[in-house]
Write a protein that binds this ligand. Structure first.
Ligand SMILES: Cc1cc2nc3c(=O)[nH]c(=O)nc-3n(C[C@H](O)[C@H](O)[C@H](O)COP(=O)(O)OP(=O)(O)OC[C@H]3O[C@@H](n4cnc5c(N)ncnc54)[C@H](O)[C@@H]3O)c2cc1C
Length: 458
């Protein structure tokens, strides 16, 4: 490819739609046989997939299945939380969707645990309500997203699980149980982030906020300037995050703020062209980092700023159509940007193959026993690799940096934490393991991965 062609091809405005708000939706890649996660990083699972229609059917499945019974949402986790062996069953809660009841005064609602966030948002908007915050995508199920402490960004905005006020589940003995202000209230902190190990969630009561509009602004800034201004940007914007574009010295800055201004026309999604163009530069120029940086700089200089106004849920979440693998750690805010710098230096020194932008976000603290944010606000740093590319280096070179810096991994994203390490990282992990055994004495909800985390207490 000629140099001029590359510059022309690099319409980096397309990158903006990759990272923040495209509208065309595509489903996850289909597994060849057996259940598989979205990026296909996990081997196909031999377990049969069941879609029970009633709570009684969930209960029967738990009581009669020989192997492990594992609930699944939309399969967007990389850690092996869902797979079960041939004797086991994977349970999809597709029949447990919708808005069940709304309390407009308290801005709360009971919602089907198997509902997709993307289906709940428009239904809640009709009742004048919205989720306070969302992550980058909204195809996850409510139970799936909360069970791993899925988060968005915003200094004062907690992860989705912190908004759980109550839930109904079928435990490992097949019994129905409610955990809420009126029943078993002391267990709410345990159940908010539970990795699908305390029971199969069927309904959840969520704290919501009034339906609102946001102004999304997306622009490119020199990376060093972003590092200098990050604290101020987190202070002044409802949502602030940035994506560092490897080998470019530039970051894409995204802010969202509440507004009553009239809606602007939405840009049509330009698919994932932006990220694939970064790949093209990687493919042709990974041996010429200087040229790669110059071409990126030229393309970025021409990228227009994006300003859009619309419903919160339409702007916060977008699509990810290019499959990738990801490691994300949540770090104490003080020193987190230095950690990002260390990761950037390492990747730009040794990993010319990396082209996906790294993401940096902040989440407020909460009190869930297994929430990575329960010791206070955390800055999350995520490194992505194209699904076909090798990602061992995430474990051998990047994870040690995160762990040295007091990081806790995202429960659903690549990490190598074992049972001992999670105990050291979470003061209430042992209490959680005891409760898990109480609600699931036969370990019917445990697959080998969950056993490896919970077993040392058995
Ligand atoms: C493209 C992409 C973008 C992402 N963006 C973000 C982001 O912005 N922020 C973020 O924090 N994370 C993000 N993630 C991670 C993702 O949100 C989490 O891994 C989330 O758990 C996936 O939800 P899911 O519905 O796919 O659940 P699954 O991956 O299917 O399951 C996750 C866990 O939930 C449990 N579970 C599912 N249903 C039930 C149920 N009914 N009862 C009990 N347990 C249940 C499962 O057993 C499992 O332990 C992203 C992932 C991908 C692939």
């Amino acid at each position: 490819m000629q140099r001029r062609q590359i510059v022309k091809a690099l319409g980096l405005s397309a990158l903006a739609s990759f990272v923040s708000g495209g509208s065309a939706r595509a489903s996850a890649p289909k597994a060849k046989s057996g259940w598989q996660n979205w990026s296909k990083s996990l081997a196909p699972s031999e377990a049969q997939v069941e879609t029970p229609q009633t709570t009684a059917a969930v209960s029967r499945l738990i009581q009669t299945t020989k192997g492990a019974v594992r609930p699944v949402g939309s399969g967007h986790s990389w850690t092996p939380l869902v797979p079960a062996d041939g004797d086991g069953k994977i349970i999809r809660l597709d029949a447990f969707g919708g808005v069940r009841s709304v309390n407009k005064r308290k801005k709360t609602a009971w919602l089907g645990a198997g509902a997709r966030l993307k289906d709940l948002s428009p239904a809640l908007a009709e009742a004048g309500l919205a989720f306070r915050n969302l992550g980058d995508i909204d195809v996850q199920s409510l139970a799936g997203a909360t069970s791993t402490a899925t988060h968005g960004t915003g200094k004062n905005l907690p992860c989705l699980a912190a908004e759980i006020k109550g839930l109904k589940l079928v435990t490992g003995t097949g019994e129905e149980m409610e955990i809420s202000a009126r029943s078993n209230a002391e267990l709410l902190g345990a159940a908010q982030v539970a990795l699908g190990s305390l029971g199969v969630l069927t309904e959840m009561e969520m704290q919501l906020v009034a339906r609102h509009k946001l102004h999304r602004r997306v622009r490119f800034m020199p990376y060093t300037q972003v590092l200098e201004q990050a604290e101020t940007l987190w202070q002044t914007h409802r949502n602030f995050e940035f994506f560092y574009i490897p080998f470019s010295a530039t970051a894409m800055v995204i802010t969202h703020d509440e507004t009553d201004a009239p809606d602007t026309p939405r840009l049509l999604a330009e698919s994932d062209d932006g990220v694939m163009q970064l790949k093209a530069l990687r493919d042709y120029l990974s041996w010429f980092p200087f040229l790669r940086k110059r071409l990126l700089g030229a393309a970025i200089a021409n990228a227009p700023e994006e300003n859009i106004i619309g419903e919160s849920w339409q702007l916060l979440a977008s699509e990810r159509n290019v499959p990738f693998n990801e490691m994300e750690y949540h770090l104490p805010p003080e020193g987190a940007l230095e950690v990002l710098e260390e990761v950037r230096e390492l990747i730009e020194r040794e990993r010319g193959d990396v082209f996906f932008p790294f993401e940096c976000r902040m989440t407020a603290g909460d009190t869930a026993w297994l929430s990575p944010f329960n010791a206070g606000p955390r800055v999350s740093i995520a490194v992505h690799t194209h699904a076909p590319d090798a990602y061992d280096f995430l474990f051998t070179q990047i994870e040690p940096i995160f762990q040295r810096s007091g990081g806790r991994p995202h429960w659903g994203k690549l990490n190598s934490m074992d049972g001992q390490q999670v105990r050291a990282a979470y003061p209430k992990f042992e209490d959680f393991a005891k409760l898990q055994k109480q609600l699931d004495p036969q370990g019917r909800l445990l697959n080998p991965y969950l056993r490896s985390l919970l077993e040392p207490s058995r």
